[in-house]
Design a binder for this molecule. Structure first.
Ligand SMILES: Nc1ncnc2c1ncn2[C@@H]1O[C@H](COP(=O)(O)OP(=O)(O)OP(=O)(O)O)[C@@H](O)[C@H]1O
Ligand SMILES: [Mg+2]
Length: 324
């Protein structure tokens, strides 16, 4: 089966991808970051940070999160990978104070989240939940999208502008008066995303934003997120099981396994360690798996993770011939 790029490749995206792929690795394992592969960190304080974050649910035998140290810097695009139950949603719910740590701390823009500042924190960090039914509750689409901006105390005119803009961004113009419970699952997800976009947060945290979306909607959402990151500098953290789209979207990958931060690095550092991914019950992107199989068959080649890079590598291998 031919791999098709889920996000249509513009020259700009290709350039971004090449840049991201040529970056150095970060340290992995401890959550501490030593190098600065994206140049977004030097001398800066994190926009979002968890310090020794632990969390447990009642009647859960062990912690759902175990000593998570994660620094997120302004403008980064981070994918959080982890199998079912790894702790992704639990981590995300801590990032704007929906859950309170059992121990440890969460800091936003140099301030520790407390009961007093949690409202302000939620204006800076917007979260799109995994299940839109947890988020989309108003009787109409427009009322739902307006909910956040109204709570921020914005004027009626400004709220109207934001709702219109957000619905346009996700491609839902025309659905304003519809009842969200009459929308499809994917459309509801887009309403949830619009509701958070309307608040224009500095950090957008999206829990599996493309799950349940068709390829076109999924590509549209990822493209929109990329645009918001590149043009507005919005910091993005998203969780996904779809490892195939990560190379086209994220510049940093964080791997969670059994509530622990197993790895934190660039594509190169994470996807060049297939055993690490398998240990975390994850897999390589399909493209990379083909190159792993070629390596196992004795072909001297590097793992490639995008269709474009794979094409170049295959052409180069063909030129070298069977003897290489
Ligand atoms: N409300 C809850 N009550 C009790 N345990 C919970 C609750 N929510 C999650 N858990 C448990 O906490 C752990 C982490 O769950 P979490 O939902 O964070 O995982 P996840 O990585 O988001 O998984 P998925 O990919 O399935 O969404 C799991 O063991 C899960 O069973
Ligand atoms: Mg989850």
């Amino acid at each position: 089966m031919q791999h098709t790029n889920p996000i249509k490749n513009s020259g700009k995206e290709k350039k971004f991808l090449e840049k991201a792929l040529s970056q150095n690795s970060m340290q992995n394992g401890s959550g501490q970051v030593e190098l600065d592969p994206t140049g977004k960190r030097a001398g800066k304080e994190p926009i979002l940070e968890t310090k020794q974050l632990c969390y447990t649910y009642p009647r859960l035998q062990k912690n759902a999160l175990e000593n998570i140290n994660l620094k997120v810097f302004k403008g980064e695009r981070i994918a959080v990978l982890g199998a079912n139950g790894a702790g992704k949603s639990t981590l995300f719910k801590h990032l704007n104070g929906i859950l309170n740590p059992l121990s440890g701390e969460v800091w936003i823009k140099g301030e520790k989240i407390t009961k007093k500042n949690v409202r302000k924190c939620r204006e800076s960090v917007g979260i799109v939940f995994q299940d839109p039914d947890d988020q989309v509750l108003a009787p109409s689409v427009e009322e739902d999208v307006a909910f956040g901006p109204i709570n921020m105390g914005l004027s009626r005119e400004e709220v109207k502008v934001r709702v219109k803009e957000a619905l346009k961004l996700v491609g839902l113009t025309g659905t304003e008066k519809r009842a969200p419970h009459h929308l499809s699952g994917g459309q509801k997800k887009l309403v949830a995303i619009a509701g958070i976009l309307a608040m224009r947060p500095e950090v957008l945290v999206l829990d599996e934003p493309t799950a349940g979306l068709d390829p076109l909607s999924s590509a549209r959402v990822l493209k929109l997120l990329l645009k918001m990151n590149e043009e507005l500098g919005i910091t993005l953290l998203l969780s996904t099981h779809d490892v195939d789209v990560i190379p086209y979207f994220a510049e940093r990958i964080v791997v969670l396994h059994h509530g622990r931060l197993e790895a934190d690095g660039t594509h190169e550092s994470i996807f060049n360690k297939p055993e690490l991914l398998r240990k975390a019950h994850l897999r390589l992107p399909r493209i990379a798996r083909i190159f792993e199989l070629l390596q196992e068959a004795g072909v001297k080649t590097e793992l490639q993770i995008t269709a474009e890079a794979a094409k170049e590598e295959i052409l180069s291998l063909m030129q070298k011939g069977p003897g290489q």
